[in-house]
Design a protein around this ligand. Structure first.
Ligand SMILES: *Cc1c(COP(=O)(O)O)cnc(C)c1O
Length: 248
């Protein structure tokens, strides 16, 4: 199990390096984030003890379950799942430094209120639905600038960039068009010059499409399966939940 994870990490780092070389990107500008949903704390530990520093969960429940086991190993924890407003209080207990999945004003407002009360701030990415699929979360690209502007009013929320889940498709060019939408939005938002808004980060690309994402400007690729192996739950369990059960 340890050998598998280390071997997979070597392969992923090679893929990232090759993609950077091919697209003239600086390797230092592309971070590997490990998507650890369903992965046990013991297996995550192996990665953290072997050079990895950035992980992310999709569910507050899993964050909570693994927290004790991981808290003494230095690492950074992001959140990449659909966040229900009733979980905001919880998420702030587990040292999450960035919420990459902020996709609606109501959530931003409630998060801001809670952060104010606790005298904290939070890095955030705006999640954009670039694939135009009903099943995926994220703000519509046409509404992303306005949402960014509104969220920038909340002093506790530090906007650092954008996140998207690309289309699942074997057709690379269709996937690429999702990443291009995110890149274009980043540039458009930079041109808006919104006070307090930084747009350095583009979180896009996963196990199957990280090369395309790097070619299109990803600064963070989020990888799960290619490091930890296949998951027993379908991804729809993580991505459709709020819509299937009514939005929080
Ligand atoms: C699970 C997940 C990933 C990683 O997906 P893999 O295909 O396993 O690499 C990336 N981003 C999000 C938001 C995820 O939920």
């Amino acid at each position: 199990m340890k050998e598998d994870i280390l071997h997979n990490l070597t392969l992923i780092n090679k893929r990232i390096k090759t993609a950077c070389e091919r697209s003239g990107r600086n390797l230092n500008n592309v971070k590997l984030l490990l998507a650890t949903k369903t992965v046990s704390a013991d297996r995550i530990k192996i990665a953290l003890e072997n050079g990895q520093t950035l992980i992310a969960e999709n569910k507050v429940q899993e964050l909570k379950e693994k927290y004790e086991n991981l808290k003494d190993i230095p690492h950074e924890n992001h959140f990449i799942g659909h966040l229900q407003t009733n979980k905001i209080k919880d998420i702030l207990k587990y040292n999450v430094t960035c919420i990459q999945s902020l996709d609606r004003l109501e959530l931003a407002e409630k998060l801001h209120q809670r952060l104010l009360a606790e005298n904290k701030t939070m890095d955030i990415f705006i999640q954009v639905n670039t694939s135009n699929e009903e099943s995926k979360f994220g703000v519509d690209p046409a509404e992303a600038i306005e949402l960014t502007r509104k969220i920038s009013d909340f002093s506790t929320l530090k906007i650092k960039g954008l996140m998207t889940i690309g289309l699942f498709s074997a057709e690379t060019e269709k996937v690429r068009s999702c990443f291009k939408i995110l890149k274009k939005l980043q540039q458009d938002i930079i041109l808006e010059n919104i006070p307090g808004v930084e747009m350095k980060e583009l979180s896009m690309g996963m196990s199957g499409d990280l090369e395309t994402a790097i070619e299109e400007g990803a600064t963070i690729v989020r990888v799960g399966t290619a490091v930890f192996g296949a998951r027993i739950y379908p991804d729809s369990y993580y991505w459709d939940e709020g819509k299937a059960n009514k939005k929080a």
